[in-house]
Design a protein around this ligand. Structure first.
Ligand code: AMP
Ligand code: GLY
Length: 430
C-alpha cells in the first residue's frame, strides 16, 4: 500500500527526513511554520501552519488522508501533537507529550534517570527557588552546569568553569526568569551524539556524530542550535573506541526499557569522560544537524522504520553506508545573539556540486531565497573519509560565499579532529 506521510517541521533536519522518504512508496505532505523550499519541492502538498497547534496539524493530516506522521522538532512534541494525531487515528513517529519530557523537562529527565537506575547520570539537584540555587553554587565543591528545566533551543545552558565564573552563573540565574533549573556536575570530555530509532520496546542505533554547539571557530562564543557535525565511516568517531559506543548504547537500552511506550528517535548526547560515557541530555527527536549526517548514509528505507513502528513491530535492522559525513551550517551574520536576516542565498541544490544541500530557516521570494534570523542552510559531504567529506562540504560553501553569512570552516578539519583525539588521550592518561 502506498502511504501518505505527513512530515511536521521545516528545518534542515526535516529536509533530510523528506529526502530519506523521497524514493519510498509514499506521497509526502509537509507542514511547518516556514515554507522550506527544499521540502516543498519534494512534497506533493505543503501547508504553512503553526506546528505547535495540535488541531491545525490534525486538520491538515485529515485533509491529506495521512496514514503516518513524522514529527521533526521538539516544540510540537511538547505541545502534544503526537497525542492529538493518535486520538485522530493517525500514527505519529514521535513520542507523546508525557514521554517527550525526557527532552522537554530536564528536571524530569534527571529524576527519571535516577529513579530507574539508568547509568551515566551526573550528580544533580533541581531547584524552583533561585536563591537556594545560588546558595548551592556557593557551597558546591567543583564546577556546575546551570540548566533551565524547559526548552531553550540549546541556548540556555551555562557551564561554570567553561563559559562563566560562579558569580556570572549566579547573576545569570537571578537575571533570567526561569522558574525551575537543574544544577549538575560539570562533565569533562568530548561530546558524542548517538541517535536510536525506537518502536515497540525495541531500538536500532545510528553511527556516532559529533556536533559543534559553539558559534565560532575553535569552540568559542555562545551556544547555538549546532553549527555543524561529522561522523566517520564506522559507528565510532576517531577519538572513541568501540567499547565507548557499546557502553553508550547500553545507556540508551536502559532508557528505552524504562520508557514504556516510546516511539520515535531517542537522541542521546553523551560526554565521553575519562571514566566512559555520561549523559549530557536526551532529546526526543533527531538532532539538527545530526539528522543530516545520519539519514544520507541510511541504506534501509526509512519508510520501513515508520511502517514497522506503526504496525507494532520492532524497527528493521538498519544498514548504514560505510561512509564519513561532514555537515556545515551557514547561519546569518551575528547569529545567535544579533542575527541579521535578508542576505540572498547564492548556492542551491544543483550548484552545491558533490555536496548535499539542506535548507533550514530561509524565506523564498520571487527573485530567490533569503536568510532569516535562524540557521539558513547546511551542506553535507559524504565520502570514504572525514577529510574528503570535509573538502566536499567546503567546496559547496565556497559557491555560497560569505556575504551576510557565517560558518565554522574548522568543523571536520584534520586539526580540529586531532585536537579531540589529543584531548581524549590526555584525559585517559595515554
Ligand atoms: P544541552 O542544552 O543540555 O545540550 O546543553 C548544551 C551544552 O552545554 C552541551 O552541548 C554541553 O556542551 C554543555 N553541557 C550541558 N550539560 C553539561 C554538563 N553537565 N557538563 C558539561 N557541559 C555540559
Ligand atoms: N544538535 C543538537 C540538537 O539537535 O539539539
Amino acid at each position: 500500500m502506498r502511504e501518505n506521510v505527513l512530515l511536521i517541521g521545516g528545518g534542515g533536519r526535516e529536509h533530510a527526513i523528506a529526502r530519506a522518504l523521497e524514493d519510498s512508496e509514499a506521497d509526502l505532505y509537509a507542514c511547518a511554520g516556514n515554507k522550506n523550499p527544499g521540502i516543498a519541492r519534494i512534497a506533493v502538498g505543503f501547508e504553512t501552519l503553526e506546528t505547535t497547534d495540535p488541531d491545525a496539524v490534525v486538520d491538515y493530516a485529515e485533509e491529506v488522508d495521512a496514514t503516518l506522521a513524522v514529527i521533526g522538532p521538539e516544540a510540537p512534541l511538547d505541545a502534544g501533537v503526537a497525542d492529538a494525531l493518535e486520538d485522530a487515528g493517525i500514527y505519529a513517529f514521535g513520542p507523546k507529550e508525557a514521554d517527550a519530557r525526557i527532552e522537554t523537562d530536564k528536571a524530569f529527565q534527571r529524576r527519571f534517570m535516577a529513579e530507574n537506575d539508568i547509568p551515566g547520570c551526573p550528580d544533580f539537584e533541581t531547584f524552583d527557588d533561585m536563591d537556594a540555587a545560588c546558595e548551592f553554587i556557593d557551597e558546591y565543591d567543583g564546577d556546575l552546569a546551570i540548566k533551565p528545566a524547559g526548552l531553550t533551543g540549546g541556548k540556555g545552558v551555562k557551564v561554570i568553569g567553561d563559559q562563566v565564573t560562579p558569580e556570572e552563573g549566579k547573576e545569570y540565574i537571578r537575571e533570567s526568569d526561569y522558574d525551575r533549573i537543574v544544577l549538575e556536575e560539570r562533565l569533562i570530555g568530548e561530546e558524542v551524539t548517538i541517535q536510536a530509532f525506537v518502536a515497540n520496546g525495541a531500538f536500532e542505533t545510528a553511527p556516532a556524530v559529533q556536533d559543534h554547539k559553539r558559534a565560532y571557530e575553535g569552540d568559542e562564543g555562545p551556544n547555538t542550535g549546532g553549527m555543524g557535525s561529522y561522523s566517520d565511516a564506522t559507528n565510532d568517531l576517531p577519538f572513541m573506541s568501540d567499547d565507548d559506543y557499546k557502553e553508550a548504547v547500553s545507556i540508551i537500552e536502559a532508557t528505552v526499557d524504562a520508557l514504556e511506550d516510546y516511539r520515535g528517535i531517542l537522541y542521546g548526547q553523551f560526554m565521553l569522560t575519562e571514566t566512559g560515557p555520561r549523559v549530557i541530555e536526551f532529546n526526543a527527536r533527531f538532532g539538527d544537524p545530526e539528522a543530516m549526517n545520519t539519514l544520507p548514509v541510511l541504506e534501509t528505507d526509512f519508510l520501513d522504520v515508520l511502517t514497522a513502528a506503526r504496525d507494532g513491530e520492532a524497527p528493521p535492522e538498519l544498514e548504514f553506508a560505510d561512509q564519513a559525513t561532514v555537515c556545515k551550517y551557514a547561519v546569518p551574520e551575528g547569529y545567535p545573539t544579533d542575527p541579521e536576516a535578508g542576505a540572498k542565498v547564492q548556492v542551491d541544490e544543483e550548484s552545491a556540486g558533490d555536496a548535499l544541500l539542506y535548507y533550514a530557516s530561509v524565506d523564498e521570494r520571487d527573485d530567490g531565497i533569503y536568510t532569516t534570523t535562524s540557521r539558513s542552510f547546511a551542506v553535507v559531504g559524504v565520502a570514504d573519509s572525514i577529510d574528503e567529506a570535509e573538502e566536499i562540504a567546503e567546496d559547496a560553501l565556497a559557491v555560497a560565499g560569505d556575504e551576510g553569512l557565517h560558518m565554522r570552516h574548522d568543523i571536520g578539519k584534520a586539526d580540529l579532529v586531532q585536537r579531540r583525539i589529543d584531548h581524549m588521550n590526555e584525559l585517559r592518561g595515554e
